[in-house]
Design a protein around this ligand. Structure first.
Ligand code: RP5
Length: 169
């Protein structure tokens, strides 16, 4: 990441096209949302991570969401705090599944981010995970990839078995 944390990150860094796009609203969100990247790496799913805000960079969000499907992404994770319109703004502009992660840290203790992520109007769903649930967002994204990818499905099955044995992801 650059000083501002706005430089996009891709994994693996060899130019492989990402399947999952991870967006977060601020570089201050990175410590939480980078946990999603770590989970995707564990499942060997290429992803990209960008800091982009529905309020501070609305045109970038618009362009990213509209181009995502054509670039080969299969799902987008969008994480933000406060009056979190990032996931909804992305979902409004793409047919790809969007997973919203409401982030804590605001004076309203995440109620603002939770409600503004989960309470989407009919027709524009956002699959909302728990507050700060970056790991679950990535596991859900992996499950979306696994619908058409046997190798990822096998990794998820192994992961579930380890969960039953007490693994803490
Ligand atoms: C949201 O506002 C961001 O996603 C972040 O969670 C929160 C605070 O952002 P900063 O003021 O730390 O940049 O849009």
């Amino acid at each position: 990441m650059s000083d501002q944390g706005r430089e996009p990150v891709s994994w693996p860094p060899d130019g492989t096209s990402p399947l999952i796009g991870i967006l977060c609203g601020s570089s201050s969100d990175l410590p939480v949302i980078q946990q999603a990247g770590a989970i995707l790496e564990r499942f060997e799913i290429p992803y990209e991570l960008r800091v982009v805000s529905a309020h501070r960079n609305p045109d970038e969000v618009d362009e990213y969401a509209r181009k995502a499907e054509g670039r080969g992404l299969v799902a987008i994770i969008a994480a933000a705090g406060m009056a979190n319109h990032l996931a909804g703004a992305v979902a409004a502009r793409t047919v790809l599944p969007v997973i919203g992660v409401p982030l804590s840290g605001s004076k309203l203790e995440a109620v603002d981010a939770l409600y503004s992520t989960v309470m989407m109007p009919t027709g524009v769903p956002v699959a909302t995970v728990a507050v700060d649930g970056a790991k679950n967002a990535a596991i859900l994204a992996a499950q979306i990839v696994a619908v058409a990818d046997r190798d990822v499905r096998a990794r998820l099955s192994e992961f579930k078995e380890k969960l039953a044995e007490g693994l803490r992801p």
